[in-house]
Write a protein that binds this ligand. Structure first.
Ligand code: ZN
Length: 203
């Protein structure tokens, strides 16, 4: 399986990192080895002084597809989840400034938290799902899929022009504002609407 991530999909997060608003979705991949094993803590890697949490809504693909039209995209997923795109921001800034790919900052072991998935039928409207991240019992990031520049079905259309989507692939749909550095002993808890879907200890 593969993980396809979308960058710069929420206006306020684009502003906080002083990035330009993209004219097309920014895409990058994480390998399956980046998935943090269930019930394991997240260890801050030694190569970074500044790992940020980015909480993101996840979409799990349930059917193989290429060149999927947005009006049929809803047939390619029936589960929605929440996760964290851990990002070594210091490394990413350095790579960005040199025009180099981001993988070392985004695709390292443990950099993808994949929480529990809920059936799509749980939600009234996939384009209005609220979610939040609590750090040490304080809300640090919150958003709604209604705030996405590119909605889920548009993302599937766009992504599938480049990459064949296969069963089990996961799309990370981008983070809202509020990204910040994690520290040892932090506890990160994610909620999809009001359901807790992951709890991660940082070490
Ligand atoms: Zn992200």
């Amino acid at each position: 399986m593969k993980i396809i991530c979308v960058g710069r999909n929420y206006t306020e997060h684009i502003a906080e990192l002083k990035n330009d608003k993209p004219t097309h979705p920014v895409l990058f991949l994480k390998p399956d080895t980046s998935i943090l094993l269930k019930k394991q803590p997240f260890f801050i890697p030694e190569f970074s002084e500044e790992v940020h949490h980015e909480v993101e809504v996840l979409v799990k693909i349930n059917k193989i597809g290429k060149h999927i039209d947005r009006k049929f995209a809803h047939k390619y997923y029936d589960e929605i989840g929440l996760g964290i795109d851990f990002t070594a921001r210091d490394l990413q800034s350095d790579l960005k400034s040199k025009g180099l790919p981001w993988e070392k900052a985004k695709a390292f072991d443990g950099a993808a938290v994949v929480g529990n998935f809920l059936p799509k039928s749980t939600f009234k409207d996939v384009d209005a799902i609220s979610f939040r991240l609590e750090k040490n019992a304080t809300t640090v990031q919150e958003g709604s899929t209604s705030m996405m520049l590119w909605k889920i079905d548009e993302l599937i259309e766009y992504i599938s022009k480049y990459f064949t989507l296969k069963i089990g692939d996961i799309i990370f749909t981008g983070t809202p504002a509020g990204v910040a550095k994690v520290h040892p002993d932090d506890v990160l808890v994610g909620y999809l609407e009001n359901t807790e879907v992951f709890s991660i200890k940082v070490k």
